[in-house]
Every structure is written in structure tokens, then in C-alpha cells.
Design a binder for this molecule. Sequence first.
Ligand SMILES: [Zn+2]
Length: 141
Amino acid sequence: MKKKDREKFAALLNDMRKSILREIQQDVKAERDGEASEGRDTYDIASDERDREINLLLGDRERRKLQQTDDALQRLETGEYGLCDECGGEIALGRLEAMPFSRLCVTCQDEFEQTQRTMRPNSTVMASPRLQATDSDEDTQ
Ligand SMILES: [Zn+2]
């Protein structure tokens, strides 16, 4: 990946990171406003207490997004960003722009999704005989 592209994605990812953090802080503020209206002085809490509070309020979705952003920024620094985890090939820039967290190229992603699709019908087939067995058991009782 070219230096210019790396800088572009670094800026993009830093922006995303900031907006996630802002979302989280708004959640924290809303929570603290709620507590304040109950007559508790929550504005005076120590910063480590506040950090703990932020961690508690961090939803799974936000935490995962933050983790993905950090991962991508880390990979930008090590030069791994934009390379497919599976085949090591370059991921198309257009794909990265649409999904900055992509770790697979289009080809490997397609293969991955096909594998997931073919796995599902198998588990349904496995379950069917057991369901029929249960039905006939009920009939004999
Ligand atoms: Zn690949």
C-alpha cells in the first residue's frame, strides 16, 4: 500500500475511533445526568472511577468497533493493513474504503461465506432423523 493511501486510512480510522469514543462519552453523560437527577453528586468522581464506568457502559457492539479500529490502526503501523489474512494478497482499495476493517480479500471472503452457507444445511440434515425418532417415540406411548 502506498504511503498516501496509508495516511488516508489512518485519518479515516482515527475519525471513526473519535466518533465511537464520542458516542460512548455521550452514553456516559446521559447516564450521569440520570443519576444526578436522583440527587447524587456524580460529577465529582475520580477519573479511574469514571474509566471503570465507561468500561461498564461500553456495549459489546461499541467495544467490538473500537477493537476493530485499534486493530486496523495497529496493522497500518506494522504494514499489514490492506493485506488479506488468508492469502496475503492486497485487498482492493475500494473494498477497504467501504469496509475499513476488512481482513480478507474479495475472493477469500466469498470462499469463507460459501463455507458458512454449505455448513448450515448439513446441520439441518443431521437434526431431521432425531426429530423423526422423537415423533415415533411419542406415537408408541
Ligand atoms: Zn485473500
